[in-house]
Design a protein around this ligand. Structure first.
Ligand code: DP6
Length: 346
């Protein structure tokens, strides 16, 4: 019974909108940084009938249906890489989440990347030890599915989860086709390349009314959507270059431009989605003033919620943390660049 551990990632160039909602084929490429915490453990085991349990919460029917659908899609994907019979009839899945509800971090990227990683380990082990033959030589003895293939399985549960398969700076690249495997994750640089801090300020811990899945489905209704898609390749290039050369100022410009652009798209889609609160915008303005006044390497980015992520270099950490602590009405959490999904036990 493999257990995989994974963590959320925070996008620097955001994924918003799909070219195929069912298959979660992203409308454009994206880039993120994988965090070193908080984490989720997911254990999978062979089972005749689908079973999903959580050690920390009562699961809803919607959550069960999402996992069952993800498993169905994963089987569909495995068939396309000659691994149609790699999984048993069904799976027993246990989720052990250590992501506090109060920090406003979406856990789906952590959960579905851990799920995919655990499934890959189960497949590899069944083929390696149970005396079954590798299907058409794709799993040659003990060799694993590639990280790209595991990222596709993660993406089928939650688009952004494809990036948490990788440590450091992960990304999603769209391939030309419209097949189930035609958006893959890859790594731009590992966590050892450039450690950044993410100081997370949470103005509100209220459950969001509209989740990302629903929001992605309406992204195309924004009159701004096509302009956004057209701008992404340039931003991907700039962001990749900023990461590879550790150019924080370049990263700040492109990440802040893209974050506000995604929120503009969200706010102009039908029905509009406004995730940014007045508190969010106050913090963004204050951080901008702080950066200018004190020449601090710090940037602001927001995903699908009012939570502000303050990415900064080591030299700015103490000052940014002091600012964050002064926001007495907000919850606070701190993370840094992490390792991505890992197998933690068998
Ligand atoms: C705003 O990956 O959460 O955080 O595939 O429906 O689970 P689902 O969507 P999800 O979308 C992420 C949206 C975002 C931007 C990003 O992480 O790139």
């Amino acid at each position: 019974m493999p257990t995989a551990r994974s963590t959320p990632n925070i996008a620097l160039i955001k994924y918003w909108g799909n070219r195929n909602d069912e298959l979660r084929l992203c409308a454009a490429d994206s880039i993120s940084m994988t965090l070193d915490g908080p984490y989720v453990d997911v254990t999978v085991d062979h089972a005749e009938r689908f079973a999903l349990t959580s050690t920390t919460k009562q699961l809803t029917e919607k959550e069960r249906a999402r996992f069952a659908k993800t498993l169905e899609l994963i089987k569909r994907y495995l068939a396309t890489i000659d691994l149609a019979d790699a999984l048993p009839a069904s799976l027993a899945i246990e989720i052990d989440s250590h992501i506090p509800q109060s920090i406003g971090l979406a856990s789906s990227s952590a959960v579905f990347s851990a799920f995919a990683k655990a499934i890959a380990e189960l497949i590899e082990n069944s083929y390696g030890t149970a005396g079954r033959k590798p299907a058409l030589g794709k799993l040659d003895g003990h060799s694993a599915l590639t990280d790209e293939q595991i990222s596709v399985m993660a993406r089928l549960g939650s688009g952004s989860a494809a990036r948490s398969i990788f440590g450091g700076y992960g990304a999603i690249r769209n391939l030309p086709g419209d097949g189930i495997g035609d958006a893959i994750g890859y790594q731009i640089a590992p966590e050892t390349h450039w450690r950044l801090h993410d100081i997370i300020i949470v103005p509100s811990t209220e459950e969001k009314k509209v989740g990302s899945t629903e929001g992605h489905g309406k992204a195309g209704t924004s009159p701004h959507f096509l302009d956004r898609i057209a701008a992404i390749p340039r931003r991907i290039e700039e962001c990749t270059d900023a990461i590879l050369t550790k150019d924080f100022e370049k990263l700040q410009h492109v990440a802040e431009e893209d974050s506000m652009d995604m929120h503009h798209c969200m706010q102009t889609q039908n029905p509009p989605l406004n995730y940014l609160s007045t508190e969010t915008m106050r913090i963004v303005r204050e951080v901008e003033s702080l950066r200018k006044a004190e020449h601090l390497p710090v940037l602001c980015t927001m995903d699908a919620g009012p939570t502000v992520h303050l990415f900064c270099e080591e030299e700015a950490r103490e000052r940014v943390l002091a600012y964050a602590k002064a926001q007495t009405k907000c919850a606070l959490f701190e993370a840094k660049t992490g390792t991505g999904a890992q197998i933690v036990s068998w």
